[in-house]
Structures are given as C-alpha cells and as structure tokens.
Design a protein around this ligand. Structure first.
Ligand SMILES: *[C@@H]1O[C@H](CO)[C@@H](O)[C@H](O)[C@H]1NC(C)=O
Ligand SMILES: *[C@@H]1O[C@H](CO)[C@@H](O)[C@H](O)[C@H]1NC(C)=O
Ligand SMILES: *[C@@H]1O[C@H](CO)[C@@H](O)[C@H](O)[C@H]1NC(C)=O
Ligand SMILES: *[C@@H]1O[C@H](CO)[C@@H](O)[C@H](O)[C@H]1NC(C)=O
Ligand SMILES: *[C@@H]1O[C@H](CO)[C@@H](O)[C@H](O)[C@H]1NC(C)=O
Ligand SMILES: *[C@@H]1O[C@H](CO)[C@@H](O)[C@H](O)[C@H]1NC(C)=O
Ligand SMILES: *[C@@H]1O[C@H](CO)[C@@H](O)[C@H](O)[C@H]1NC(C)=O
Length: 383
C-alpha cells in the first residue's frame, strides 16, 4: 500500500515536472538562472530602497522616480530599472534582488535560501545612495551605509543563513557560486573630493594620492568579501562624472555643454588603479574571478556618437531645475521629460533606464576588453 502510494506520488511529480518543462521551454526568459544568487554593494546607481528609512536627503521613494518601473517609486534613482535589475534579468533570476533593508524589516532573511527559485529569494542588495568607500562621504546629506557597513551587513547575512545549511562548508560552496556586483567610489568624488567647501580631502590629497587611498580601502573590503566566501566579482569603475548635468551646471562658463575634464582626469586615476587591482586579485587569490566593468570609455564613445544610439539629449537631465536641469535631483511630483528613451540622464546625477540598458548590455555580453575585462558577465556567471 505504502509502496504504491509512493509510486503514484512519484508519477504525479514526474508528470508535473514534465508539464512544467513544457511550459518553461515556451518562454526563454524562464530558463534556468545562470547563477543561483547575486549580492550587490554600491551607491545610488544601484540602490533599490536601502535609504528609504534613513534620515537623509539622498532618497528617491517618491514620484516621478520609478515612473517607468512596474512597482513605481521604490527608492531606485532612475525612471525604470537600474543596471543591476537589467543584468539580473539577463542572468535569468526570478524577480529583482531585494534590498537588505526590506528583507530585514520583514524579517525574511531566512526565506532567501529556503525557497530558491521564487521571485526575490536570489540574494540581497546592500547599496546605499550617497555612500562611498570612505566613511565621511555623502554624510552632509544625512545617513548612509558606506562600503564597510555594507560588507558588515553581508557578514551578518551569512551568519543568519548558517542554520539553513548542513555546515559552513556547504554554505561556502553555495556563496562561491553567487555573483557579487560592486559599484563604489562615485560619491567619494561627487559628494566628497569635488566639494571643497564641505570636505577637506582635496586639500589633504593630490588626485593620485586620493585615488590611491580609496583603492587601498576598497581592496581591503573586497578581501573581506573573499574571506566570507565570495568568488565571482563584477567590479564597476566610475563614469565620466565631469559630464553629468550636476557638474555641467556648476561650471562657471556660459557654455554649459562641455565636460569638466579636470574631474574626469581624477576619475581616470581611480579607474586605472581598480583595473590593476582586478588583475592582481585574479592572479593572487585562489579560486577568485574578478571582472572590471568599464563605464568610462564606453560612455565617452557614446557621448561622441549619441545620436547613433538613439540619444538626442546628452547635457540636460530629464527632470530637475536650473541650468541643464542639473542643480538638484527631481522634485517631488515634478513632471519629467516625455521622451525618456532619448535622454542619457534622468536627474542631475543618474542615468535613465535607457542608458542603464546600454551599460548592462556592454558588461553582459561584450567581447571587447575595453568594455568588460577579462571576460564578460555572462562568461563569469556560466563558466
Ligand atoms: C558538510 O556536509 C557535507 C554534506 O552533508 C559533508 O559531505 C561534509 O563532510 C561536511 N563537512 C564538514 C566539515 O562537516
Ligand atoms: C564577520 O563577523 C564575525 C562575527 O562578528 C567576525 O568575527 C568576523 O571577523 C567577520 N568577518 C569578516 C571577514 O569581516
Ligand atoms: C565656480 O565659481 C565658484 C565661485 O567663484 C567657485 O567656488 C567654483 O569652484 C567654480 N567652479 C568651477 C567648476 O570652476
Ligand atoms: C559650446 O562648446 C561646445 C564644445 O566645445 C561647442 O561645440 C559649442 O559650439 C559651444 N557653444 C557655444 C554657444 O559656444
Ligand atoms: C546642450 O547641447 C546642445 C547641443 O549640443 C546645445 O544646443 C545646448 O545649448 C546645450 N544645453 C545646455 C544647457 O548647455
Ligand atoms: C520625442 O521624440 C520623437 C522622436 O525622436 C520626436 O518626434 C518628438 O518630437 C519628441 N517629443 C518630445 C516631447 O520631445
Ligand atoms: C547581448 O545581449 C542583448 C540583450 O539580451 C542582446 O540584444 C544582444 O543580441 C546580445 N548580443 C550578443 C553578441 O550576444
């Protein structure tokens, strides 16, 4: 009796999974995910709500943010999806990665691993707007979780997941298969080094000395993630910060359409060192694979050739006020531009979803080492 009951159950399961396969194969987007999970560290370029409950001006959980996002305003600093949201879809994960703040608020960290394959259970996002590599960065706007805070939060996530695994070896095997996206450093310039009236770093450090201290601190935090079990890293460099509407608006010349190249040179010093770090880690850290996502050079090409990519407005944000709409971020309930797919910038600091798509495609499947080095994210994920 018991045996035949089991057999019936087994046949049912087989039939169900057969049906599931048929249904799945009809829709390529429901294919097996290329990685089991993804953890995200960074700033407002990839924040998806971690600042919503913090006392800070660096928040975006109000309209018109999210105007093109299915869930509306969520704390993302763009009109639609971030680069991470798009990459997660390319990787075939179910749903978007949840913000650490929301998982902690609803006390659902445990769900993360107990129900794999269900939307929102494939990792966590710790990114915090205005945050940087340095602790003081962005704090004139209010609170944020800087890089070391985010790494501590990942550590505590790991601790609370131990119970879901037989032993630490099993947990580490699991964590080693996940993808770790890190996008940090923009605010150490924008909301620190480039604000000499508020921060002293530009008096304390030359641009190359500053890049050096940032990358040293960054390196230490990446090593901590490695010690905690991370192996597959996608580290993004910084974009052309001297060309964003915020910096264009602060230029004192009347022609506010040329970039601040002094700022861009400072950014280059940082990017060069991050690329060197990625090369060094790939040879020095056993089992680790790092890729460097170049945002800078592809963006330079795009600016020179914007129309060819369908962008018609490159020096003005879609919402905001002042010259270039660049003085502050979108005002609550402000009506943004209509043609959001033809603007590079959504607000004075942040790309539109259309520009995020450009970067996501480059890093996911470009075969050019000047886009993503030494392999692309698809290769990192699947091999
Ligand atoms: C951890 O669990 C796995 C699977 O149950 C087992 O093969 C392995 O020996 C265990 N390792 C340790 C260190 O206990
Ligand atoms: C993670 O947290 C534990 C407990 O607080 C601590 O002992 C350990 O050093 C931390 N690991 C890293 C890599 O920071
Ligand atoms: C513009 O002028 C202000 C006040 O004179 C100065 O503080 C600021 O550094 C200048 N900005 C640039 C980009 O030159
Ligand atoms: C502003 O600068 C750009 C780039 O140098 C130049 O192409 C453009 O003609 C200038 N516009 C005016 C009004 O001077
Ligand atoms: C932006 O660039 C366009 C053309 O390149 C120019 O006509 C316009 O004046 C610029 N806008 C601002 C605010 O500088
Ligand atoms: C939006 O873009 C289309 C095509 O580029 C153009 O015809 C139209 O005038 C634009 N509308 C606005 C409001 O800019
Ligand atoms: C890269 O990915 C994008 C988005 O999925 C796709 O449109 C494009 O065809 C892909 N290109 C290559 C070379 O795989």
């Amino acid at each position: 009796m018991e045996g035949s009951g089991n057999r019936i159950a087994a046949i049912l399961v087989l039939t169900l999974s057969f049906l599931t396969c048929i249904v799945l194969s009809e829709d390529a987007s429901d294919a097996q995910p290329q990685v089991p999970c993804c953890f995200v560290f960074g700033d407002s370029l990839v924040d998806n709500g971690n600042n919503n409950d913090l006392p800070t001006l660096a928040r975006s959980n109000y309209r018109p943010y999210g105007i093109d996002f299915p869930e509306g305003p969520s704390g993302r600093f763009t009109n639609g999806r971030t680069v991470v949201d798009i990459l997660v879809q390319f990787l075939g994960l179910k749903g978007f990665i949840r913000s650490y703040a929301s998982a902690r608020r609803s006390n659902t960290l445990g769900v993360l691993f107990s129900t794999p394959g269900v939307a929102g259970t494939s990792g966590l996002n710790y990114a915090s707007a205005a945050a940087g590599i340095r602790q003081e960065t962005g704090k004139h706007l209010g609170a944020n979780y800087y890089l070391a805070d985010q790494v501590r939060q990942f550590n505590s996530t790991g601790q609370s997941l131990r119970g879901s695994f037989g032993n630490d070896t099993e947990l580490n095997i699991y964590l080693s298969k996940c993808l770790y996206g890190v996008s940090m450093g923009s605010n150490d310039y924008l909301n620190n080094y480039f604000l000499p009236n508020i921060y002293r770093t530009s008096q304390q450090y030359t641009p190359s000395a500053f890049a050096e201290v940032l990358v040293q601190e960054f390196s230490g935090q990446l090593l901590k993630l490695y010690d905690l079990g991370a192996r597959k890293f996608a580290v993004f460099g910084l974009g052309l910060i001297g060309c964003i509407p915020f910096e264009l608006a602060r230029m004192n010349n009347t022609n506010k359409s040329t970039c601040n190249e002094d700022q861009n040179k400072a950014i280059e010093l940082f990017n060069t060192r991050i690329l060197q770090l990625v090369k060094r880690f790939n040879t020095d850290l056993p089992g680790a694979r790092f890729v460097y996502g170049n945002i800078y050079d592809p963006f330079r090409d795009l600016l020179l050739n914007a129309a060819a990519y369908g962008f018609t407005v490159t020096n003005k944000s879609c919402c905001g006020v002042g010259p270039n709409n660049g003085l502050i971020t979108c005002l609550p309930n402000q009506t943004p531009c209509q043609n959001r797919t033809t603007y590079l910038f959504w607000d004075s600091f942040h790309p539109t979803e259309a520009l995020n798509m450009f970067f996501a495609i480059k890093s996911y499947n470009s075969t050019s080492p000047s886009d993503i080095y030494p392999e692309n994210i698809q290769q990192l994920a699947t091999a």
